[in-house]
Design a protein around this ligand. Structure first.
Ligand SMILES: Cc1cc2nc3c(=O)[nH]c(=O)nc-3n(C[C@H](O)[C@H](O)[C@H](O)COP(=O)(O)O)c2cc1C
Length: 199
């Protein structure tokens, strides 16, 4: 049975991002898949301190962090998933702070020892999982792609986590009303993305 894990960086359960993720996951379930959704706001995730202990030892497996929080449990779930949904609203031109805090902790997927010049090296180039990314803005979708870093950072995070981005749901022109429902065209796009995750 295919397992899809959603990692959600919204602050509003039942908001636009959450609804889009639910549509994707419901299609996965209709197709017999198993789903789980993690709201990052519900998790205890400490800030990365840039100590780089987790990047010092070589090897394919992610390095250990000294923090004792919920990150290890989340990373285990990622490892056991066949596909990922990475989702965040766009706040001030990028993913939310709670998503960013999670992302910074993913430096453990790089080998980056002290004393060696150069960029961090991705521990593994294997990309056996599928990923769908979901972002939302008040600005039109095309502007979101051109002027914000959110779709780009979620795509690069998918790669870091061993996944290939197969679809993206770039939601624009929302945030007009306090209680907004996901527009029908995005419901359809979300359902297609769910379908692509399960085939
Ligand atoms: C603090 C804050 C910053 C925001 N920054 C942007 C922005 O830079 N560009 C944009 O188009 N929308 C921006 N928005 C609108 C949000 O992207 C929009 O409300 C969100 O995608 C809705 O997702 P949600 O329903 O999951 O909360 C911002 C909203 C807030 C509250």
């Amino acid at each position: 049975m295919i397992k899809i894990l959603a990692i959600v960086g919204t602050y509003r359960k039942g908001g636009i991002i959450d609804s889009a993720v639910d549509e994707i996951l419901s299609v996965v379930e209709e197709n017999g898949g198993q789903t789980e959704k993690i709201y990052l706001i519900d998790k205890h995730i400490e800030f990365c301190t840039n100590c780089r202990k987790c990047t010092q030892s070589e090897g394919e497996h992610y390095g250990r962090c000294f923090h004792n929080d919920d990150m290890e449990e989340i990373l285990q779930k990622i490892e056991n998933a066949d596909g990922l949904v990475l989702a965040s609203p766009v706040n001030f031109y990028n993913v939310t702070a709670v998503m960013r805090r999670f992302i910074e902790r993913l430096v453990c997927f790089a080998y980056w020892p002290w004393g060696k010049a150069g960029a961090p090296k991705l521990r593994s180039k294997i990309r056996s999982k599928k990923a769908v990314i979901v972002t939302a803005t008040a600005m039109p979708a095309i502007m979101q792609q051109l002027f914000t870093g959110a779709p780009r950072i979620l795509k690069s995070i998918a790669k870091l986590l061993g996944a290939k981005k197969i679809d993206s749901l770039i939601i624009g022109m929302i945030a007009v009303n306090e209680r907004e429902t996901l527009p029908e065209k995005y419901v359809q796009k979300a359902r297609k993305a769910g379908q692509r995750l399960t085939v």
